[in-house]
Design a protein around this ligand. Structure first.
Ligand SMILES: *Cc1c(COP(=O)(O)O)cnc(C)c1O
Length: 346
């Protein structure tokens, strides 16, 4: 029996990058965020496909992730590291020509002493209070940051266009960086969609590339197809699955499919509005999600297919996420290593 298959459409990722690129002026660069192994879809393959399409800058969370991207895209691209510079990062940064986004005055001072011939960027915290130099600290080292390849910050509320914090962070970023002769970046996917005030010199979308909200117009990127391994009839009053949480109210046909929460199909999807698709026909999940198995009510569909889909153009990562009480980012990065992976295009 073949394993569940995760199909990743690299052409759709390229189209999404192009569509996001078209949201900003031609003078604004559109980079690509490929952290967490390209949101779980393979940073190397994603970066290679986007590089072919013209992307020149990539962002990862950690230096180790940057190595995989460097190997995939060759020497010309810029690869930035969000986490800044951790103790063991000097060697990979030098060897693979990675660009840390320094996040404290002491990192900046040390870098200028020990690594002065290597490029760096600076990350400012403009109000999210997660990572980056505090405004007062940045103001102190602004002069030393003038050779930065990029000065960036990150919006906390860009998914909510009318949230007051967007404007506040924009104003903070401007106050700190206006007049500097450095390239600037503030926008991820959400900020890219907020409009040109947020674009500066570079937008750096992540989730929108992979088909996720808030980029509503994204092309779907992932399909998950799961083999049906058994079908059974259950009588009225019989239960299905752990804790007997679902009980048949009518004579029912139940298909058991070979994927579960160990494949990122989290337990919260059980007894929710998540469907398993038999072609164009949606079938409800019944009972609890097991580690390696899911049970589906296929009573109404006639012929049971050999495979059923949980992610496809009908049910996107965000629909799945909403039903399970999470976000598309978490669904994507949880899919895991057990799938057979097929890549389209690239
Ligand atoms: C993850 C991340 C991005 C990309 O965000 P999306 O919402 O996925 O577009 C951009 N910048 C920073 C600092 C990030 O951490």
């Amino acid at each position: 029996m073949t394993a569940a298959t995760l199909t990743i459409d690299l052409n759709a990722i390229v189209k999404n990058w192009q569509a996001l690129d078209a949201k900003s002026a031609s003078s604004v660069e559109t980079a690509a965020v490929v952290k967490a192994d390209g949101y779980g879809l393979d940073a190397g393959r994603v970066a290679a496909a986007l590089s072919k399409a013209g992307a020149r800058s990539f962002f990862v969370a950690l230096a180790e992730e940057g190595i995989a991207v460097r190997k995939a895209v060759g020497n010309d691209a810029d690869i930035y590291i969000f986490s800044g510079m951790m103790l063991t990062d000097a060697e990979p940064i030098k060897q693979y020509n990675l660009i840390p986004l320094l996040n404290s005055p002491s990192q900046l001072v040390k870098y200028r002493m020990g690594m002065s011939e290597y490029p760096f960027g600076v990350q400012i915290d403009s109000g999210m209070n997660r990572l980056g130099m505090e405004p007062a600290d940045f103001a102190q080292v602004r002069e030393k940051a003038k050779n930065a390849k990029l000065v960036m910050s990150h919006l906390a509320c860009a998914d909510t266009p009318d949230h007051a914090q967007n404007q506040q962070q924009l104003q903070c970023f401007r106050n700190l960086t206006d007049g500097m002769k450095v390239r600037r970046s503030l926008a991820a996917t959400g900020g890219t969609l907020l409009g040109k005030d947020y674009h500066f010199d570079m937008c750096r979308p992540g989730v929108g590339l992979y088909g996720g909200e808030p980029f509503e117009a994204a092309n779907p990127v992932v399909t998950v197809s799961i083999p049906v391994i058994q079908t059974r009839d259950v009588e009225v009053g019989e239960s299905v699955g752990y804790a007997a949480s679902w009980v048949a109210q009518r004579p029912s046909k139940i298909a058991t499919i070979a994927a579960g929460y160990a494949d990122g199909l989290i337990r919260a999807m059980g007894n929710s509005q998540v469907f398993i698709w038999a072609g164009n026909k949606p079938c409800p999940i019944v009972g609890r999600v097991s580690m390696d198995l899911l049970t589906v009510d296929v009573t109404d569909i006639g012929q049971v297919p050999t495979h059923m889909e949980i992610l496809n153009s009908h049910q996107t990562v965000d629909l799945l996420a909403d039903a399970a009480g999470t976000i598309g980012y978490e669904i994507l990065t949880s899919l895991g290593a057990r799938y057979k992976r097929d890549y389209i295009g690239g």
